[in-house]
Design a protein around this ligand. Structure first.
Ligand SMILES: Nc1ncnc2c1ncn2[C@@H]1O[C@H](COP(=O)(O)OP(=O)(O)OP(=O)(O)O)[C@@H](O)[C@H]1O
Length: 330
């Protein structure tokens, strides 16, 4: 059975006595031991989608449609208490900034064993033993000494490793990692991403990796969902997506980031224009004002998903190479 299946998820924010839709029909799934990357520019709705799965949407925000199936349970229909029980035990989250997510006045030991004591009802001794194992597993040397330290005594990379250890502490089935490496330099980013995806695979944990950087996901994710303007516009295996991106937005994203599979002197081409303001009504495909292939129809018709061998795209003019309308000979 699929571990997590998000179906037609809609998220609204209350505004001026009404509401404004920020995420429309988001749809994706992830299995045990699998990494799904959710990719898109800033403001595309990635974090809101992750927070909705966690049941942590802030004041004024709500799930207004769709389902969040975790196994056969719909998280969107669960009571706040039941969701609270799931958080930190069966579902964990790794946030962007370890420095702000870790408690600065609590030792690493306290923060690592707290969840295990509360959610797994482990004794202090058993939780401490497990904490030492976890620190070793995330590559922190001298774990005895590190347990006694406080977040400010660790480097940024080490703090992020501690966050991974905390996320794994209660043996979750699913981890959501929201830009887990933005605050780190490039080499450490790669190490942390490799570690996170390897540990999740080894532990059979489903990982949803949220990132704006399509350049880095090829190595760590098996599947990718590309979001734009609050909608998922393309879903495919990472291999399919890199080999033959179908949506003009995905193609634009790939052309704008450095890639290991292309010659070093390949010029980077940013996508012209800016992402849509979610509070402004925009008909049709939300990418059409920036799209090199847009036709009049794109301004009025929301494109349905078309599937080809498991590669799904929502575009009236999708295609890997040409700018010809769909159905035209290549
Ligand atoms: N509490 C809120 N009230 C109003 N609008 C919000 C709220 N939270 C998020 N938004 C808007 O919803 C849209 C999606 O936000 P979200 O944080 O999910 O984007 P994102 O893709 O994760 O971007 P980033 O990579 O910058 O975190 C943005 O336009 C954002 O301004």
């Amino acid at each position: 059975m699929t571990l997590l299946r998000v179906e037609n998820l809609a998220i609204d924010v209350a505004r001026d006595g009404g509401s404004c839709r920020l995420v429309h029909d988001a749809h994706f799934s992830v299995d045990r031991g699998e990494t799904l990357a959710v990719v898109g520019e800033s403001g595309s709705g990635k974090s809101l989608t992750a927070l909705a799965v966690m049941g942590l949407l802030g004041e004024g925000l709500s799930v207004s449609g769709g389902r969040i199936l975790f196994g056969d349970e719909d998280l969107a229909q669960m009571s706040p208490q039941a969701r609270n029980d799931l958080r930190g035990s069966r579902i964990s989250m790794i946030f962007q900034e370890a420095m702000t997510s870790l408690n600065p006045v609590r030792s690493i030991e306290h923060q690592l064993i707290e969840g295990m004591r509360l959610k797994k009802r482990l004794s202090r001794r058993a939780a401490r033993a497990r904490a030492l194992e976890l620190l070793a597993e995330v590559g922190i040397s001298d774990p005895e000494r590190r347990l006694k330290q406080y977040p400010h005594q660790l480097s940024g990379g080490m703090r992020q490793r501690v966050m991974i250890a905390i996320a794994l502490a209660c043996d979750p089935e699913l981890i959501l990692a929201d830009e887990p490496t933005t605050a780190l330099d490039v080499t450490i980013q790669a190490q942390i991403l490799a570690l996170t995806s390897r540990l999740c695979r080894d532990h059979g944990v489903g990982l949803v990796l949220i990132t704006h950087n399509l350049g880095i996901v090829a190595r760590y994710a098996q599947k990718v969902a590309v979001m734009y303007g609050g909608r998922v516009v393309e879903r495919a295996s990472a291999r399919q997506l890199y080999r033959a991106p179908q949506h003009p937005y995905t193609q634009g994203l790939l052309a704008s980031v450095p890639r290991l599979d292309l010659p070093r002197d390949t010029p980077l081409r940013p996508i012209p224009g800016a992402p849509p303001d979610p509070t402004v009504r925009l008909g049709g495909c939300r990418f059409h004002p920036r799209c090199p292939r847009a036709s009049d129809l794109c301004a009025t018709e929301v494109p349905p998903f078309v599937t080809d061998g498991g590669h799904e795209v929502a575009c009236l003019h999708s295609g890997s190479q040409s700018s010809k309308p769909k159905g035209a000979a290549a």
